[in-house]
Design a protein around this ligand. Structure first.
Ligand code: SF4
Length: 370
């Protein structure tokens, strides 16, 4: 289950998420989140939930009373007896020891910290509210408060960022004992102030080649530091992979609640409207899609090939045969053949996966299944 808390202290220059600085909406949003949790729990007859993720936005802006109210609503409406992992997203500079300790006592046992970089100049360019020292302090406070499962986000492709800076940040972050890191490429798809700066020539993005060099270097450096790749963007100590995020790639059902939250149940996919005031007072709509058999089958390689272990291709073919979709799989195989010859896709027995280089070029390969 995923809950979206759409509030941030300030808006980053690259952000395209459903978030706002207007915290006057926070009480109504939290009350509606709790009410929606209750009503989904009733509608689905109190199903078992084995991973929780409170993301945003900045969930660490919740007061402990608000976090307690949300946690109690989840505990009351869902069966948490199989719970394996409860992750809180937090941003450096918004947490203190007593809040972290309180969150830990409420049962949240994993924290994902939006570090992005430890370089103060680059952080300023991104409009982040923290500096590198605060990021390291926040991670240490989380450890002291009992969060032994800690993840950090690192961003690649920031104007002015170079390889040596990324490697230095990586080493310093891993030295704090992080068990998990997510590596993101700065995405300027949507309109945002940073995109306007780049468009006007005030800032220059690193070249595609230098970004690829950074990703390649991280593919070597992170395993050397003990964090092994398990998904295109994610590295973890053995056994410390994010169970929650793995469920997305494994196509397990999930329920998302909050503005812009997405859900997956059977062949239904739905996304709640991202308009925060409308969501808070119950006027927001929902966009629902029902997948047909071919779309549903396509999700298996599209999501599964993101994982390092790849896809059980024999099983995929067997499922396709049942659904009378073997010609579709045959056509994928012919489209994948050049990638296989080029060493980007690896077929071993009945398993298909991307090579390290294939991971770097995954967008093109995965478009085979769109
Ligand atoms: S902290 Fe994250 S969600 Fe909030 S404004 Fe920055 S990028 Fe957006």
């Amino acid at each position: 289950m995923y809950l979206h808390l759409p509030f941030c202290r300030d808006r980053c220059t690259y952000c395209s998420f459903a978030t706002t600085r207007d915290d006057s909406l926070q009480p109504a949003t939290v009350a509606r989140l709790a009410a929606q949790v209750q009503s989904w729990g009733n509608a689905l007859e109190h199903p078992r939930v084995d991973t929780l993720y409170l993301g945003g936005g900045t969930p660490s802006l919740l007061s402990l009373e608000e976090l307690n109210a949300l946690t109690s609503a989840i505990q009351g409406a869902f069966d948490l007896s199989p719970l394996l992992e409860a992750t809180l997203e937090a941003n450096p500079g918004t947490v203190d020891f007593s809040w972290l300790q309180g969150a830990r006592r409420l049962g949240w046992d994993r924290i994902s910290m939006g570090v992005q970089t430890l370089d103060d100049e680059l952080l300023g360019r991104l409009g982040r509210i923290h500096n590198g020292t605060v990021a390291l302090e926040s991670l240490e406070l989380a450890r002291q408060a009992g969060f032994h499962r800690r993840s950090g986000d690192l961003m690649v492709g920031i104007p002015g960022q170079d390889l040596s800076r990324v490697l230095e940040d990586t080493r310093r972050l891993v030295a704090t004992g992080l068990e998990h890191m997510s590596i993101y490429l700065l995405d300027l798809d949507k309109n945002c102030p940073l995109k306007a700066d780049v468009g006007a020539g005030r800032l220059t993005l690193p070249s595609e080649d230098s970004v690829a060099t950074i990703f390649e270097a991280l593919q070597v450096e992170l395993p050397r530091l003990g964090l092994l790749p398990y998904e295109i963007s994610n590295y973890a100590n053995p056994g410390a992979e994010s169970k929650h995020n793995s469920r997305y790639w494994e196509r397990r059902p999930y329920l998302g609640i909050g503005p812009s939250a997405a859900s997956h149940l059977g062949d239904l996919r739905w996304t709640e409207e991202g308009n925060i005031p409308a969501w808070a007072d119950g006027r927001a709509g929902v966009e629902i899609t029902e997948l047909d058999a071919a779309e549903s089958l396509s999700e298996i390689p599209m999501l599964g090939l993101r994982l390092h272990r790849g896809v059980d291709w024999d099983r995929l073919r067997a499922e396709a045969e049942l659904k009378k979709l073997l010609p579709l799989v045959d056509s994928w195989e012919s489209q994948l053949a050049p990638y296989e010859q080029g060493g980007l896709v690896i077929r071993e027995g009945g398993n298909v996966r991307l090579s390290q280089r294939g991971m770097l070029l995954s967008n093109g390969i995965l478009s085979t299944f769109v």
